[in-house]
Design a protein around this ligand. Structure first.
Ligand code: FAD
Length: 759
């Protein structure tokens, strides 16, 4: 197993507070000596305060509590299912300056309550015939929240957000540890499964997808990782090299733990912090990882060095709570007069403007063209032009099998002249909706029945073969060790759960009073990036250490098992798990339509382990072997009773591969299904301006446009792309800087990108 040899130089100065591994970490352990066992006195000890974090005085805490209610009181509560929810604009005028000041934490409208009104089937929640929009955002998720904020800041443009799910700020989205409660949640999740994966049995894989304002940022694991400089340089796209994107990552960030510097910022809206929950097992993991041959990494987002090593992942939190895109970008500005947000609004199709003949312009089957941008600036009469978005109202619709329940009435939200639709539905819904609107591989669309029943004339009819192709995700597996009973109290699950499934009051109090404790973690915020063979140009494996025992390799099944144990009066057994993700997978999948029914589940083929060289599987098998070596180091081995997953019976490569095929789940990094690029032959979206090829008036700004997965999680890259799209649309900030951009990482000395001027 090859592990990167060179260790990174120190990152920019860290502000008080964060705890990260370093070479100085417990020298006794460094030499392999078993460190003394930590005391098991969880109930008697005070909550661990991260070393060096500034102590907050009681008075300051009280003052802060008075200022900021403990519950997210301003967050709208879901209305009864029979109603639609409209976050109606209701307050004073938006700022009118052509170029507003840089974003600040407090904005006009920030504290004003959001009015929720009920709409009836006869009442178009997008407004009457006079209500036309400069931008209609399809989906109210991560990218859409960024865009809604930025596009409405100067008050010149009217923006409509159509979100199929409910209002943001649901209780389950606030404590990071409640992440597991959002999986398959009837209001917050799409209950989406992949098509049966041939390489897995065949077996369907659950794909968690956020379904609320804030989208998947409200239900994700909150890790803040950008990938590496080499990832962006590897895209080979002008305007998207590491030197081009880095300033946007930095400008978007409001980092509570790291000082401002070349790799971190404090002036953006995206709250980033170091994880607050501490557990003695983290040091044991670091020591074991070191013993297994890995080096430390102080900051996975510092591009002056490679990503290799073990350490702490930063998280998108504010004071121990999830800081999703709804909370940070949309909620503070939801009162702007020029912004309308409609929840429970399921977009079903783009509405195309008609030509003289009555058919959608271009409906004869034009093809996506590479030369002209499809944005409003270069409208061509031969191309279909978006006129609006059709949608149906119901807060309860998730995917149905074809023919399932659906609302009887649909509405159209209309664009103003020169207006644009911005697709923000995420890597599954965006290609699905484009195909339902007639943009995609036409033969496949016809085979799926799109346009049947005489509706073909309403479709764009644009041949765009890359829509729905190039889907990527991290296949994931794990190794879990059961601890001896006497060490159970060390584990995260013991800190959270008392008897049964009841959350401990002490854990709740720590979160509410100090923003500390076990509820402030999604459980996987320590880990490592590793090259499983020395020839790898970049780490192909991501490890996430969880200070808890996985009852099942699948997170949902773990909870089902826990429920059964709890019903028998048993506690969650103690242990630790190492989640293993193929962080730069080679396999590619696709999103296709099962039918022309917009409410039917699309066919999501993850394509796991279909890469020709079998590298993704080799990565996970090597990961299992490495994880075992980590658990065998004395610092962790002293707790272990036995290996639960994969279990002692799986030893040979064949046995380990069989385990992976039986248990692999999604690493939740679905991207790439409308990839951007430089030419129509390899991309659905123009990397120069986010424009969907072959039509006018549609752009794509969400995870689907990332051409290749940046190693690590994907939320930060989506926010970066959305910030850039907004700057382009508001003040024409070009994506390609003079000189074509350059590298920002260790391999390149200078960056030619100009500083982003966030709108
Ligand atoms: P989303 O944020 O998913 O937004 C899409 C929105 O569109 C949703 O609100 C959806 O309801 C709405 N929508 C869909 N269809 C329609 C329709 N027809 N009409 C109207 N609205 C519609 N990233 C990280 O950076 N760190 C992590 O730790 C991490 N962990 C993850 C864990 C999980 C369980 C998941 C699901 C994701 C995770 N991610 C993580 C990935 C990250 O959250 C996503 O890449 C990112 O949020 C995607 O943003 P998006 O704007 O493309 O889509």
């Amino acid at each position: 197993m090859g592990v990167a040899a060179s260790h990174p130089p120190r990152p920019p100065a860290r502000a008080q507070g964060s705890r990260a591994p370093s070479a100085a970490d417990n020298p006794a352990r460094e030499q392999g000596a078993a460190a003394p066992l930590p005391r098991l006195c969880a109930r008697k000890t005070k909550p661990t305060r991260p070393a060096g974090r500034a102590r907050t005085t009681r008075r300051r805490r009280r003052r802060r509590r008075r200022r900021r209610p403990l519950s997210s009181a301003a967050a709208p509560r879901p209305a009864p299912a029979t109603h639609t929810h409209t976050h109606k604009t209701n307050t004073g005028p938006a700022p009118t300056a052509a170029r507003p000041p840089p974003p600040s934490r407090r904005v006009a409208g920030a504290r004003r309550p959001v009015r929720i009104t009920a709409a009836t089937n006869n009442n178009n929640p997008a407004g009457g015939p006079a209500d036309k929009y400069d931008y209609i955002l399809v989906g109210g998720g991560t990218a859409a929240c960024v865009l809604a904020n930025r596009l409405t800041a100067d008050g010149r443009k009217r923006v409509l957000v159509l979100e199929a799910g409910g209002p943001g700020g649901a209780l389950e989205t606030i404590p990071p540890a409640a992440l597991v409660r959002t999986f398959l949640h009837p209001r917050l999740d799409w209950a989406l499964y992949s098509s049966p994966q041939a390489a897995l049995g065949p077996r369907e894989v659950y794909l968690a997808r956020g379904r609320t304002l804030g989208g998947s940022s409200a239900t994700n694991a909150t890790l803040y990782l950008r990938g590496s400089a080499a990832d962006y340089d590897g895209w080979g796209l002008d305007g998207w090299r590491s030197g081009d994107v880095l300033p946007w990552f930095v400008a978007a960030e409001n980092n509570a733990a790291f000082a401002e510097g070349p790799y971190h910022g404090k002036r953006g809206l995206m709250d980033v912090d170091s994880p607050r929950y501490q557990n003695p097992l983290f040091d044991d993991f670091y020591a074991s990882a070191r013993g297994a041959g890995l080096g430390p990494c102080d900051d996975f987002n510092d591009w002056s060095h490679t990503q290799d090593g073990f350490g702490e992942y930063q998280v998108t939190h504010r004071k121990g709570r999830r800081a999703d895109a709804f909370q940070t970008y949309l909620k503070p500005v939801i009162g702007r007069e020029n912004l309308k947000v409609v929840t429970g609004a399921r977009a079903t199709k783009i509405h195309w403007l008609k030509t003289r003949g009555g058919a959608a312009a271009g409906g004869g089957g034009s093809s996506g063209d590479s030369s002209s941008p499809s944005s409003s600036s270069s409208s061509s009469s031969s191309r279909p032009r978006a006129g609006g978005v059709e949608f149906a109202m119901s807060p309860d619709m998730r995917y149905t099998s074809s023919g399932g329940a659906r609302p009887s009435t649909s509405f159209t939200a209309e664009l103003a002249q020169g207006g644009e639709v911005i697709m923000c539905g995420g890597a599954v819904a965006t290609p699905q909706l484009l195909m339902l609107s007639g943009v995609g591989a036409q033969a496949e669309l016809r085979a799926a029945g799109v346009g049947a029943g005489g509706s073909a004339s309403e479709l764009a009819g644009v041949e765009s073969p890359m829509v729905g192709k190039n889907l990527q995700d991290h296949p994931a597996t794990l190794v879990a060790s059961l601890f001896q009973e006497r060490f159970r109290e060390l584990c995260l699950t013991h800190g959270i759960y008392g008897r049964g499934t009841r959350v401990r009051l002490s854990a709740v109090a720590k979160l509410l009073l100090w923003g500390q404790g076990p509820l402030t973690t999604t459980g996987c915020d320590r880990g490592a990036f590793v090259r499983t063979t020395p020839d790898k140009a970049q780490p192909d494996l991501q490890i996430r250490f969880v200070a808890a025992y996985a009852l099942d390799p699948d997170a949902i099944a773990s909870y089902v098992r826990f429920g059964k144990l709890a019903a028998e009066g048993k506690a969650w057994p103690g242990g630790a798990s190492l989640q293993l993700l193929a962080s730069r997978p080679r396999s590619r999948g696709s999103v296709r339509l099962a039918s022309g029914d917009p409410f039917a589940k699309p066919v999501v083929d993850l394509g796991y382990f279909t890469d020709a060289g079998g590298e993704d599987m080799a990565t996970l098998v090597a990961g299992i072997r490495l994880a075992r070596r980590v658990f065998e180091r004395p610092e962790l081995a002293r707790y272990v009773e036995s290996e639960g997953w994969p279990g002692a019976s799986a030893q040979t490569t064949e046995e380990l591969e069989a385990y992976v095929r039986r248990t692999a789940c999604s690493g939740n990094a679905v991207v790439g299904s409308c990839r951007m690029g430089a030419s129509a032959s390899d991309s659905a979206v123009d990397a120069g301006d986010f424009a969907l090829r072959g039509v006018d008036g549609v752009r794509v700004v969400d995870a689907s446009l990332l051409p290749v997965l940046p190693g690590g999680q994907t939320g930060a890259a989506v926010v970066m792309a959305a910030e850039r799209a907004a700057a382009l649309l508001v003040d024409g900030t070009p994506l390609v800087s003079r000189g074509g951009g350059s590298g920002a990482g260790s391999s390149s000395a200078s960056s030619s990108s100009r500083e982003p001027a966030l709108v």
